[in-house]
Design a protein around this ligand. Structure first.
Ligand SMILES: Cc1cc2nc3c(=O)[nH]c(=O)nc-3n(C[C@H](O)[C@H](O)[C@H](O)COP(=O)(O)OP(=O)(O)OC[C@H]3O[C@@H](n4cnc5c(N)ncnc54)[C@H](O)[C@@H]3O)c2cc1C
Ligand code: SF4
Length: 336
């Protein structure tokens, strides 16, 4: 890979192009501001967006600050459904005793995101909607995901890339909370000019086969207003994240599990993170575990089934063994 003079300049940038900063007070006002210009970006905690702006990787004419919108904050707990405003911070999730008790996987996932400073500023909505982190995509090259005609990672360094669901692009979802929320059967509430809609978190994300240019459905100016979690009291859940370093780091692989506890647990959800462009659910493993006793034979068979269909690249075959171990560990910790 040869760096041109232009690309070397690009890498050293640390100053955004000028933009208009707007502070709407309602979701409708924010949607209106976006639609007027159609060249805008929403700002929540800014942990991802400000980086993109400073590198001039993303140069919107308008930055629309969502933080003044009271309707995107707060929580409501009614009829067995917990509704969290999209601006709920990761630190709030991490330190909330009720969330830790009812939705342990989410609490653990939030606590493993980045550093305390980023968790204080970063929001749950922004964590779900952060863009992919493939260094080729974020760099000055023009790969498939950036609208080009090549995957630089496929022939380059692909240590942290996908082992499942790759189709020309092998980027992975970096959101730890997405993995946990998928296992917890959460939904997201989305507002657009055409009204409000609810979809399962799992459907928010898009594989490269569905849309190679976007990680999620909200690239068209719609706003994620809330995240809704069902039940919780009778369910048990867990989250484990494996990283290269013990300090802050993105997941090389992670796992979230949720189930109805008992001698023969039921209602399994098993979801992997860091191994595909979307949270990667394992339906076959879920079916194998349904009503089974978590003995060594079942756990071993489930861990082997978890890696069926894995297609590692030149530098990430280690993820196959890692996934197997994470499934084993999550099931053993669920059984104890
Ligand atoms: C050093 C570092 C380490 C990190 N490590 C991890 C990690 O280990 N695990 C992990 O999961 N993440 C990690 N992240 C990502 C970080 O957690 C997310 O960038 C952060 O949570 C995003 O939240 P935010 O509120 O700051 O979003 P912003 O940066 O404000 O927004 C992110 C994106 O979402 C859009 N957006 C935000 N809210 C809404 C909304 N309500 N409706 C529509 N669009 C919206 C924005 O337009 C933008 O495109 C790391 C980031 C950094 C900088
Ligand atoms: S993995 Fe995807 S984002 Fe990364 S270089 Fe290949 S096409 Fe681009």
């Amino acid at each position: 890979m040869i760096l041109t003079k232009e690309s070397a300049n690009y890498i050293s940038l640390d100053e955004p192009k000028s933009f208009e900063l707007l502070h709407p007070r309602s979701v409708d006002e924010a949607l209106g501001l976006y639609t007027e210009e159609r060249d805008g970006a929403y700002l929540a905690g800014g942990c991802d967006l400000l980086d993109q702006l400073k590198n001039q990787w993303n140069n919107p004419r308008r930055v629309i600050n969502l933080k003044e919108i009271a309707g995107l904050r707060g929580r409501e707990d009614a009829n067995g459904l917990l509704r969290l405003g999209a601006l709920t911070t990761l630190a709030e999730l991490e330190h909330d005793a009720a969330i830790r008790q009812r939705y342990r996987a989410l609490s653990l996932a939030a606590s493993r995101v980045a550093t305390p400073q980023i968790r204080n500023a970063g929001t749950l909505g922004g964590n779900l909607l952060q863009d992919g982190r493939c260094p080729y995509y974020r760099g000055p090259w023009r790969c498939y995901r950036a609208g080009g005609i090549v995957c630089d990672a496929h022939h380059g360094i692909n240590t942290e890339h996908a082992i499942f669901g790759g189709d020309r692009c092998y980027i992975v979802s970096s959101s730890d909370t997405a993995t946990a929320l998928t296992a917890l059967d959460a939904s997201v509430v989305i507002r657009g000019r055409d009204g409000e809609r609810r979809i399962p978190v799992q459907e928010l994300f898009m594989s490269p086969s569905q849309d190679i240019l976007h990680m999620h459905q909200l690239h068209d100016g719609r706003i994620l207003t809330a995240i809704e979690l069902p039940g919780g009291v009778a369910r048990r859940s867990h989250f484990i994240k494996y990283t290269m370093r013990n300090a802050w780091d993105f997941a090389l692989a992670s796992i979230a599990v949720a189930y109805n506890p008992g001698a023969h647990p039921t209602g399994w959800r098993i979801v992997l993170g860091g191994v595909a462009a979307t949270p990667w659910r394992l339906p076959k493993v879920e079916r194998m575990l349904e009503g089974a006793a978590l003995d060594d034979a079942t756990i071993g068979a489930a861990a082997r089934a978890a890696i069926e269909g894995a297609e590692p690249l030149a530098h990430n075959a280690y993820k196959v063994g890692l996934v197997q171990k994470l499934v084993e560990q999550a099931l053993r910790e669920s059984a104890s």
